[in-house]
Design a protein around this ligand. Sequence first.
Ligand code: PLP
Length: 397
Amino acid sequence: MNVYERLGIAPIVNAKGTATRLSGGTASPAVRAAMAEAMGLCVDIVDLQAAASAHIAGVTGAEAGLVTGGAAAGLLLGTAACIARLDPARMARLPDLDGPTPEAVMARSQRNQYDHAIRAAGVRIVEVGLPDRYAGAGCRDAEAWEFEAAITERTVLLHWVADAMSRPPLDQVVRVAHAHGLPVLVDAAAQLPPQTNLRRFVEAGADLVAFSGGKALGGPQASGILCGRKDLVASAALQMLDMDYPEGFFRPPAGFVDMAVLKGLPPHGIGRTAKVGKEQIVGLLTALDAFVAEGDEARFARWLQPLAAILDDLAPLFAGGMDLRKEGAVPLLALYPAGGPAAARALYAHLVDDRPVIHTDPEELDRGCVLLNPIGLVEGDAERIVARLDEISRSRS
Ligand SMILES: *Cc1c(COP(=O)(O)O)cnc(C)c1O
């Protein structure tokens, strides 16, 4: 029995990808071993985050970095940093400040359920632009001048969600923000691979960038990276780290948090609820190194393997109704059961409702397509998927 079975829970076949609701992906033996080793010893957590900062800086090209409890935690911490900067009194007050509510400006078309993390830090989101190209009403979306027009003395940051479809481009948002002395916070949670994205947003001028560690990076499920400007990362760190120190004994390495510029030590901050453990920090850094070392090409080939095996074995079943997609950053196998969207939904339900439970990606069910994503598959899953699809098709014919 494995650890899940002892709790009365059966592991699933995860062909959906690294969804949080399905417990993310799996970590390599190296990551798991590093986490287990980390859990057997204690360290000063500030020293560990300082070492992580230097490590993340080296990989991303940013001035500094922090291991967070996920990209959403990174958005909360990044926003808190943009509001409070290095003022311990403001840190202590969040999410309520005296005076007007601080504001974050973002494109209306980029609003999404993760921006709750930004609002949670105490800002009001100001939406700009009309998402015409999504509404079917036209080809336009938010433009740089609209960001500029929305900036007031209450604005603390401009928020940009990274995606191939994102408009206006990041460099235009950066230009507007920096002309007003404001930082840009980028949500790049799911933008890895390609690994060039580890540096791309920082190079484009983003002041803070949040990545997920539990997605394709292969780190612990509840981990992430917040990287960017040193002063803002220091503020984020101060608002996440435990502050229960005897007077004078909070001694962060000077390159990480410069205590000389602080008026005093804040109490536990708004990010204390999003703390990360030593095992997440060590696991994330181990995964980050392995991600870079493997390279996009080798990773793509590794992901392709189980999909190609499924494709081969299923060819007789889904004649003409399968498509191995190789154009994205992650390969996908699309199944088109005869019968259109209704048949696709029925197949999705069959796979979820029987044993072993097989989760696929439902994103294109309306187009009659069940998608298989390889990132969360483990040894033997390709065979399990083929066996179930084979069984389902027999029971129908
Ligand atoms: C997954 C995701 C997040 C949240 O990432 P976590 O690491 O799970 O906190 C935030 N934003 C976007 C766009 C995402 O896809």
